[in-house]
Write a protein that binds this ligand. Structure first.
Ligand SMILES: Nc1ncnc2c1ncn2[C@@H]1O[C@H](COP(=O)(O)OP(=O)(O)OP(=O)(O)O)[C@@H](O)[C@H]1O
Ligand SMILES: [Mg+2]
Length: 322
């Protein structure tokens, strides 16, 4: 059994008064201690998937949730308030795409981390432990920083504080939604090294949302690819990167510039990701797919295992070259 198992998760949100489906039969499985990357073009539903998994979408915004999310065998959408508190601290730690919305602007950062510890690791709720977490995420002079407010910190520092906040509860799964996009390149590498070393040290699983395939190849064990509210491919990272089976994954990888690449421009996938409410019938990707047949416009492709641990939502997967 995986630590996190998402089965046929569909979510309808209320947008301008009317319900709109934003996630459709999403599949995900993350084993304990594993790094799982979630990739896909902007607007494909990565953040909404992550928020739904941690049950962080506001109730006022959510019209309907179907399917199941199981964390450590427990049904996340069946949890009572006490179960939810447990889930969000020691179960799932969350690093949001936008740090400024996640930190409390009127509370000193040290106090925020201390409150997290009080809630989830009460024996460790001391200044020394707070400072140690700030130090571990690469914040110098933690005793001084702990007394500052979020607005006194740069974006990169805020992102580190958010990471310290999530990690201090020592979660079994860390969800990191583009944890480095707000940072400059050298800091990006430091933050990723940090996530990776803590992942190993704490035996933590990580769901890493990123646009960066280089990063995926470097640190992930498995990868899931999203398109228009669905996961269309999942597999071991080397298989997906070297021999993608879904035409969308293949196109997406074809559009990544490689070092030493002599092509003048990137291969661009024609068209754009359709937004919720405007998904085409049949396979969502068929209007942009070079392999589409007439049936692809009408038949919903099934999610199926085509090789051990390799899953794809396409009846005509790309052949593996030998
Ligand atoms: N509250 C909402 N109501 C309706 N649609 C929404 C809502 N929130 C997000 N969406 C839409 O759902 C789609 C998926 O959004 P999501 O934020 O999950 O994308 P993403 O894959 O994380 O993109 P990015 O890479 O840009 O962060 C987008 O088209 C977005 O506009
Ligand atoms: Mg996002």
């Amino acid at each position: 059994m995986s630590l996190l198992e998402v089965d046929q998760l569909s979510v309808d949100l209320v947008a301008q008064g009317a319900p709109v489906r934003v996630l459709d039969r999403v599949e995900l499985a993350i084993d304990a201690g594993q790094v799982h990357a979630l990739v896909g073009e902007s607007g494909s539903g990565k953040s909404l998937t992550a928020l739904s998994v941690a049950r962080l979408l506001p109730d006022t915004l959510t019209r309907r949730v179907a399917g199941t999310v199981r964390f450590d065998g427990e049904d996340v959408y069946g949890l009572d308030p006490a179960g939810l508190r447990r889930l969000r601290g020691r179960g799932v730690g969350y690093v949001f795409q936008e740090p400024s919305t996640a930190l409390n602007p009127v509370m000193r950062i040290g106090t925020q981390i201390r409150e997290m510890l009080q809630l989830h690791r009460p024996k460790e709720a001391t200044d020394a432990v707070v400072w140690r977490w700030l130090e571990r995420v690469g914040i110098p002079s933690p005793d001084i920083r702990a007394r500052q407010y979020p607005h006194e910190l740069s974006g990169g520092m805020q992102q580190r504080v958010m990471l310290a906040l999530a990690l201090s509860a020592q979660p079994r799964l860390l969800i990191a939604d583009e944890p480095t996009t707000a940072l400059d390149v050298t800091i990006q590498a430091q933050v990723l090294d940090l996530i990776q070393s803590l992942q190993r040290e704490l035996g933590m699983a990580v769901l890493l949302i990123t646009h960066n395939f280089g990063l995926v190849g470097e640190i992930a064990d498995r990868v899931s690819v999203m398109y228009a509210g669905q996961v269309v491919e999942r597999g071991p990272v080397s298989a997906v990167l070297n021999a993608p089976r879904h035409p969308y994954t293949a196109a997406l990888l074809g559009s990544v510039p490689r070092l030493g690449d002599v092509r003048e421009s990137l291969v661009v996938i024609p068209g754009t990701v359709p937004s919720p409410g405007h998904w085409p019938g049949g396979c969502r990707f068929h209007p942009r797919c070079s392999r589409a047949t007439p049936g692809c416009a009408t038949d919903q492709p099934a999610w199926r295992e085509i090789a051990p641990e390799s899953w794809v939502r396409c009846p005509y997967p790309v052949e593996v070259q030998s």
